[in-house]
Design a binder for this molecule. Sequence first.
Ligand SMILES: [Zn+2]
Ligand SMILES: [Zn+2]
Length: 372
Amino acid sequence: MKQKLTLKNFNWVSAIFLVATPILAVILTYVYFTTETFNPWMIFVFLFFYFATGMSITGGYHRLIAHKAYTAHPLIEALYLFFGAGAFQNSAKKWVIDHRIHHRYVDQDLDPYTVKHGFWHAHFFWMFNSDSERETSLGKMYSRDLDKDKLIVFQDKHYLPIAILAGFVAPMLMGWAFGSWFGGLVLAGLLRMVIVHHFTFFINSLCHYWGWQPYTDTNTARDNMVLAIFTYGEGYHNFHHIFHADYRNGIRWYHIDPTKWFIKTLAYLNLVRNLRVTPDYEIFKARMIMFEKRLKEQKNLSMLNMEALLLNLKLKTEEAHQKMISLREEYERLKLQFHNDSRVRQLRRDLLMAKWEFQMSCRQWRLCLKMA
Ligand SMILES: [Zn+2]
Ligand SMILES: [Zn+2]
């Protein structure tokens, strides 16, 4: 059972830091704009640190270290750990323990940032409480692999100097190289840190609050495309909570998931490999289960809505049927020409998937008819 926030367990350092830095960022940004002529290069310096630190949290701390969704060259891991520290969200080891406990005990008292204790608790009030599961046997259980990784252990041991170096000294130096050390420090250091803080905190608060649940309703996680823009693609949180080992959060090509695109680019450059992907069939099954659940819940649906739903399903079934027919024709044609070529094998897989999609659409339609 989580301890209530009291004076005894109040984490003053964390609270003062998280409350004072946004105020300071606003004041110093104002000072910068009133004392210096704006240098357009500062936009570049800001964006560099915005992406380097944010992506090190989502692509590094989160998808690589916490979930092992892929493997990375030690140089990439070292860069993630360096810039990740500059995001000032604790060392990777501490961050990952909290996150793994969040996944395992989502929405329960043991979940460090459960949204069940309120929106602001999930957003950042949870860090005001110094009681943590990290030092307990539970925390140790979730960090066994982390203790074997020398880079992670080193970053944890020297977290503060690395964080100051990556989060403030480096932006200041880059700002100086482009014409304004003060602009670099304030805009790409302090202001950027506050923005990255709250955009990534949205994943624990808003992504468990606002959006829809296409894959599971067994926890509060939501998919939200708007939030994905601000959270480097982590807005597809409902998908992530059910398929957390997948290197993607937004699975469709049109899903806004910059972290996925970044990892994919690194894979093309041979700097990361073993990208884990959930089989299409598993994703489809989860969606179907949710769909059927919703249909059963909609017993009071008005006739008009039911008609629209039936029409929609009919179109979907026809579309799936057409797709299956054309894939089958292509498969038969290529099979004769290329026998067991990889293209034919891929086509066979696509055909099986299309068949499954068609059968499921028919099933949904029948279910819907029964209820009408
Ligand atoms: Zn979550
Ligand atoms: Zn996660």
